[in-house]
Design a protein around this ligand. Sequence first.
Ligand code: ZN
Length: 219
Amino acid sequence: MSLVILNFHGVGQVPRNTDDGERNVWLSETYFEAVLDLVCDHSHVRITVDDGNCSDFEIVLPALLRRGLRATFFLCSDRLDQPAFLSRLQVHELQAQGMSIGSHGITHVPWRMLSSDHLQHELVESRRALEAVCGIPVNSAACPFGDYDRRVLNGLRESGYRFVYTSDGGDTKENNWIQARTTVTSLMSLEEVWQLMQLGTSARRQWNINLRKFYKSLR
Ligand SMILES: [Zn+2]
């Protein structure tokens, strides 16, 4: 089955120490709710949320539940119980409400830049720590900053992950090893988001996306 996966980050007040480059991935509550209303009309659209911000529990979870929607939350294991991030108890509550949990590494560093040992540690240790919190296997990982290459993909496979979530955009298939996502930013109009939700991205755009994915997996 073909899917479109929309990826979100923080919702609500942007934390003061957020980098300029990351401010655009924070959405207002009103805008986020409007996007979710669009998702309700598209059964092939899936939702993921990266970074484990407090807003995952305070804003995103209730907004999803009001609409009967589910999501996968990708968390950094070292951020749990830190100020402005989810607590372990909140992670349990996400699970209890039917949400899934995946790994976003230990400390939110771009995996492609790491030595092989460091990469291995990020992949294996984040998974072990999250499984200890969740009490069930963690099979999915989302690359921080959407950054990956062939070595990262090999590392993820060898560490036992079954799905890797990127930020390449376009459509994906339900059981693909690489799950391409589209990040929703505050710079997008609702009409643009609606366009992104449509399957069958224009042939030329999909060609460009596939080409980019191909190069990333080879480098
Ligand atoms: Zn991230």
